[in-house]
Design a protein around this ligand. Structure first.
Ligand code: BGC
Length: 881
């Protein structure tokens, strides 16, 4: 059919639809429900609908309902034609709560921190579009993402859900992410508003920060998506902000968000974060998400209105804000459906995003890329290298449509001519590894009461006093347990190699582990218990550690043992009444610090494999999750640092691939290996993406969106007033000097700087020119930098050119380096490009607390252009007039 005849055909069809269907269908609905008329604006439709709503209906609409689809939907209001709000968690994929929808499976994307490492606006758009598409086609119309919490310190357990430590990088990626999601009839939700930067005491912590810190740093990514991406919704957080619960703070919800940042969308509470009726309603909360047990709105809010404590105008405002967004984003006109996802196509997008996110941290003597033709054998080593579960846990955990493990990916890549063998090298990583304290005693040194398996005999009770017969008896490979929230079905990203613990032990419980410790070498061993509640360690029936606390604490005891001894071990643990409070469950780890000559059996097996292989690829991982703990130790869990060192000693061609959502401490092993790839949590296609980078099919171009410190003591957030806080208060006394800005201010040299990332090629920077102009009738400041970039190596590659503004010409203290702009540029070998980068005027301004506005000081500002915040290639200045 020609284009013309298609048009005629379409016109006839429309006419017929108009003649026969409209009178009995849509038109009828439009008369009785005039807000269904699509030709009206969202505001007009909202006003018409609101007129028809009783107070009861409005309150029903703005109150979440726990009984509906796992608490993630509110009620559809058929009589008014209002579709249910169906929410799905993000931000790393669409987490489906309803088991009737596609087996709860969707595409597991690389974690948001990996997206941030792409420094690529197009990648963020693709990421957002995929989320919008999958939310829409799995019946959802609200996506609970992106996460715009600044990664304030390197051990933050939700850093993997964030877009890094810099507000400009976050903003530049969040805008296309939100636009991508909202290109479908799906509303994006920026979370968590505000100062939600730690998991320790997350429901109660009082985060204290100055106005300037809020405007310049923590509120900034939210402000940008409000201004540039027509954001529908914001989720207020569990914590307090400057003394008031975020979801009940007028200063936070109304003054800052709605008045100063001009947010016209609606605010929903984090799940269970609303604790009041009148206060939250008057403060500016617009939607109470399903709370526990029944929430505080609903009938209680109606009573408050009737008693005059909350005005009906405020209720109208809440409903108006939500309805306007629903109309303008198409939720009334294009209902979300349940349509099969294009699994392969979306899997390929997940792979490409993961490939772009990987950061080549070091590459001495061009150890990478590996040359398949020059290799006969590869040892793949690592506790979870043979499965593809390296994702963050908690509410962002996605049930992937399929997975590719690093081992599979490498095998697929090299074909049959290269022998690929596997050794785990340590016990699997689990939610227990989030707990603080020394690594868990390896299973190979534990023997149960009976049976040939390594580990200890475990007995579990559903009561706190070991009463009656245990309800579960099994062998646990290690004592490294983290139940409650961390053990809910669907929230658990631990190795499938580990047995799961039934959910009925998730609140109050007790357990006993019995067996022997097999002493591998003569020497002093520091044994430890990290636990919440009461943990007792008996060696040969003598109590050696009694760790009783309502907080998670570690106690240690150093004992001397002789090689071959097998002392009896008994550990008795009870949550006491700590279990079950606010989702806390049993938390206990039996840890150790062993003499340096002790190398456990699993490490020895890995070493043997590495010795007889041409190359060893050690795939490490951490366990990161939303929950109740931020473990401020940056050590790799389960003795993986020792594993790397021993393998590297056995084979100098040892490459480390690190799967973590946050920084890890590398100082004890970094010098021992020639190459390190930071792979983040790479999503379901992780194995193929890793293999493509290792073998050079993909030239790495990722750059760090967070600073990697040398260790946890050498960071700008280093005193306990700042983290975890004292007496329930976390003081953001570092102000705006977070991440690289803080390292520079304090003169702390990091292990790997913000913005760092190598390539298999090299780039030459030249001829920089910076320009500042005032344009238009408002004399808006436009700033830019031009430079020549050349690919001076032999392969094509992409470089992220970064521009930093120096200290501003004012007495107010400003950062000595602040990201002002960046651009990812792809170049063929030998090719050159004149690169133009627009700079953000906010990098040349500060928030003046007295004036309550942004101020741009006049004068000269140093400009640094480089391939990281540390590796500055060109310098110039810009003069602001
Ligand atoms: C998290 C939110 C999430 C919500 C619903 C909360 O625990 O903080 O990010 O959207 O749960 O799962």
């Amino acid at each position: 059919m020609s284009t013309k005849s298609i048009k005629i055909h379409l016109m006839i069809t429309l006419l017929l639809v108009g003649l026969f269907i409209t009178p009995f269908g849509t038109a009828m609905a439009e008369t009785s429900q005039p807000w269904m008329n699509k030709s009206l604006t969202a505001n007009e439709r909202t006003a018409l609908l609101l007129e028809h709503m009783t107070l009861e209906q409005k309150v029903q609409f703005i109150t979440g309902n726990l009984n509906n689809y796992y608490g993630f939907y509110n009620e559809e209001m058929q009589e008014l034609g209002i579709p249910a709000l169906k929410m799905a968690d993000g931000p790393a994929g669409v987490r489906i709560a309803n088991p009737d929808i596609q087996d709860k499976k969707s595409t597991a994307l690389p974690a948001p921190i990996a997206l941030a490492a792409t420094w690529d606006i197009n990648a963020a758009k693709e990421y957002g579009e995929l989320l919008g598409n999958e939310a829409f086609n799995t019946t959802h119309n609200i996506l609970l993402g992106p996460g715009l919490d600044i990664a304030r310190f390197p051990w933050g357990e939700r850093n993997f859900e964030s877009l890094g430590e810099d507000p400009l990088l976050q903003s530049k990626l969040a805008i296309p992410y939100v636009n991508g999601v909202q290109s479908y009839p799906v509303m994006a939700t920026a979370k968590h508003w505000l100062l939600n930067n730690q998991e320790t005491e997350r429901f109660t912590i009082n985060s204290i920060a100055s106005e300037r810190t809020l405007h310049e740093l923590y509120a900034r990514p939210f402000a940008e998506v409000i201004e540039h991406a027509d954001l529908s919704s914001v989720m207020c957080s569990f914590n307090q902000v400057n003394g008031v619960n975020a979801c009940e703070s007028e200063a936070v919800l109304t003054t800052l968000l709605k008045d100063q940042l001009n947010f016209n969308g609606f605010v929903m509470s984090d799940y269970g974060a609303n604790h009041t009726t009148v206060e939250s309603a008057n403060a500016g909360l617009d939607l109470e998400t399903p709370g526990e047990p029944n929430g505080y709105w609903g009938s209680q809010l109606i009573t408050a209105v009737e008693e005059g404590k909350v005005s009906e105008a405020r209720i109208d405002d809440m409903a108006t804000r939500i309805l306007t967004e629903m109309f303008s984003k198409g939720l009334f006109d294009q209902p979300a459906g349940n349509n099969p996802l294009p699994v392969e196509e979306h899997g390929q997008i997940a792979r490409e995003l993961a490939e772009q996110s990987m950061v080549l941290m070091k590459n001495e003597n061009n150890a990478l890329p590996l040359d398949e033709d020059a290799l006969d054998s590869i040892a793949v080593i690592g506790p979870d290298a043979d499965n593809a579960s390296a994702a963050g846990g908690g509410s962002s955990m996605v049930n992937p449509t399929y997975t590719v493990s690093p081992l599979e990916g490498i095998k697929n890549k090299v074909g049959e001519d290269v022998e690929v063998s596997y050794a785990p090298g340590s016990d699997p990583i689990s939610a227990g590894d989030i707990l603080p304290g020394p690594s868990a005693v390896p299973s190979s040194l534990l023997s149960p009461i009976d049976g040939d398996q390594n580990g200890l005999t475990a007995e579990y009770w559903n009561n706190i006093n070991f009463e009656g017969e245990p309800s579960l008896v099994r062998t646990d490979n290690q004592v490294n347990l983290n139940l409650g929230f961390y053990n809910y079905e669907g929230f658990n990203a631990q190795s499938p190699k580990l047995e799961t613990t039934p959910g009925d032990f998730n609140s109050e419980m007790s357990a006993r582990w019995t067996g022997q410790f097999i002493v591998p070498e003569t020497g002093d061993y520091t044994l430890s218990l990290s636990s919440l509640g009461t943990g007792k360690l008996y060696i040969n029936d003598t109590l050696v550690i009694d760790n009783e606390s309502k907080k998670l604490t570690t106690s240690k005891k150093t004992l001397s043992f002789v090689k071959g001894e097998k002392p009896d071990v008994r550990i008795e643990y009870s949550t006491g009444d700590s279990g079950g409070q606010q989702d806390f469950g049993g938390m206990i780890r039996f840890g150790w610090e062993a003499p340096t000559n002790v190398v456990d059996e699993k490490i020895q097996e890995a070493v043997e494999l590495a010795k007889k292989s041409d190359v060893a690829v050690v795939v490490t991982r951490t366990y990161d999750s939303e929950g109740y703990v931020d473990n401020s130790s940056l050590d790799l869990p389960n003795n993986q640092a020792q594993l790397i060192k021993e393998v590297a000693k056995a084979n100098p061609n040892t490459v480390v691939v690190q799967m973590s959502g946050r920084a890890v401490q590398m100082d004890t092993w970094d010098d021992e290996v020639p190459a390190i790839v930071q792979a983040w949590f790479p999503g379901q296609e992780q194995g193929n993406a890793i293999a493509n980078v290792l073998f050079g099919e993909v030239n790495p171009s990722g750059k760090l969106p967070i600073t990697f410190p040398v260790n946890e003591d050498r960071t700008p957030v280093s005193n306990e007033n700042q983290f975890p806080g004292v007496n329930g208060e976390s003081d953001y006394s570092e102000g705006i000097f977070v991440g690289y800005k803080g390292y520079e201010k304090e003169g702390i040299k990091p292990a790997y700087a913000f913005g760092h990332g190598l390539s298999y090629t090299t780039f030459d920077y030249r001829n920089v020119k910076a320009k500042a102009q005032r344009k238009g009738k408002d004399k808006d400041l436009t700033l830019s930098v031009d430079l020549n970039l050349r690919n001076t190596g032999d392969v094509a590659g992409a470089e992220v050119v970064q521009v930093y503004a120096g200290a501003l010409p004012t007495n107010v203290e400003t950062p000595t380096k602040q990201l002002a702009g960046f651009k990812k540029v792809e170049l063929k070998p030998g090719k050159q490009e004149r690169v133009k980068i627009e700079l953000d005027p906010k990098a040349f301004s500060y928030w003046d607390e007295d004036k309550g506005e942004w101020v741009t000081p006049k004068g000269e500002v140093p400009i640094y252009v480089g391939s990281s915040s540390e590796d500055i290639q060109l310098k110039t200045t810009i003069t602001i007039k």
